[in-house]
Design a protein around this ligand. Structure first.
Ligand SMILES: Nc1ncnc2c1ncn2[C@@H]1O[C@H](COP(=O)(O)OP(=O)(O)OP(=O)(O)O)[C@@H](O)[C@H]1O
Ligand SMILES: [Mg+2]
Length: 277
């Protein structure tokens, strides 16, 4: 593990990820009805303002864990708390979760503004408020001027920006992203990463992110969880103690290279342990 960065604030309260727990996963596991044990008992607390990344081999349960956090599926055993209350007790009150998938899943027949507005229409938000929020979300992802375009007129990276705008429009207090930039070229991915980290920093968005990229994990995260497979479980935890906001210059710094080396070594350790077991 690298020595702490002297540029970091000494005051722990000022550091991102030092907030009260947003999600507490208490010995939650998942066995699917066909008998597949996707996750062994997981214990994990996600703090307010944290940028937490899940990384690990294909099939180790990253998407399953995100779905548990989103309450899209239920744990077989164990519990998941939202701001210290059980999901079934607190219900949807105060919980606004956005889920961004690898595929932007836009409606091809609808203009960008209509795609972004969809969650607001579903929630019956009045049109003046809805217009304001859509314009704000599009400008946050650098797509002002594209509201009247159709998805087919946009590049892959722009479509992903629309998908992110659609998730921001509901003003989420938890953002879940499942390999959102996995299908994009590295140049576009780096640009979207830089935009995402800026958004996260500006809005203090608690974020759980899934990736297969070591570089992306190091650039974005305050903490990285390395999962092992069969069944999925937490094998290693690494904090990335580097100042925010992070800029492109961080990618070219010796500390970035050190963190990447350290994370790569942890992934190798996990795969060696896996082969032995
Ligand atoms: N609905 C389901 N029914 C049965 N098994 C499932 C279901 N969803 C996932 N699984 C299994 O659970 C395990 C974990 O799957 P999951 O999709 O969470 O992995 P992952 O880490 O997201 O993989 P990848 O990196 O390929 O996206 C896999 O063995 C998968 O086959
Ligand atoms: Mg997955």
């Amino acid at each position: 593990m690298l020595a702490p960065n002297p540029a970091l604030s000494a005051d722990a309260e000022e550091r991102p990820g030092a907030g009260a727990p947003v999600i507490e996963i208490l010995s939650a596991d998942k066995v699917f009805p066909n008998g597949t044990r996707a996750l062994a008992a997981i214990d994990l607390t996600i703090a307010g303002g944290e940028f937490l990344t899940l990384i690990g081999p294909s099939g180790c349960g990253k998407s399953t864990l995100l779905k548990l956090i989103a309450n899209l599926i239920e744990p077989t055993e164990g519990r998941i708390l939202w701001r210290s209350g059980a999901f079934d007790k607190v219900g949807a009150r105060g919980r606004s979760i956005a889920f961004v998938f690898q595929d932007p899943t836009l409606m091809p027949w609808a203009r960008v503004e209509t795609n972004v507005r969809l969650p607001l229409d579903l929630a019956r938000v009045p049109s003046a408020e809805s217009r304001r929020r859509v314009a704000d979300a599009l400008s946050r992802v650098g797509l002002e001027g594209y509201a009247r375009y159709y998805p087919r007129q946009l590049s892959g990276g722009m479509k992903m920006r629309v998908s992110i705008a659609r998730s921001l429009v509901i003003e989420p207090n938890l953002l879940l992203m499942d390999e959102p930039f996995g299908a994009l070229d590295e140049f576009t991915r780096n640009r979207l990463d830089a935009d995402l980290i800026r958004l996260w920093w500006e809005r203090k968005l608690t974020t759980v992110f899934v990736t297969h990229s070591i570089y992306e994990a190091v650039f974005l995260s305050t903490r990285v969880i390395v999962l092992g497979a069969r069944p999925g479980r937490i094998c290693k935890v690494m904090t990335i103690e580097e100042p925010h906001p992070r800029h492109e210059s961080f990618r070219n710094s010796p500390r970035f290279a050190e963190h990447c080396r350290a994370l790569s070594a942890l992934l190798t350790e996990v795969s060696v342990e896996q082969m032995r077991s």
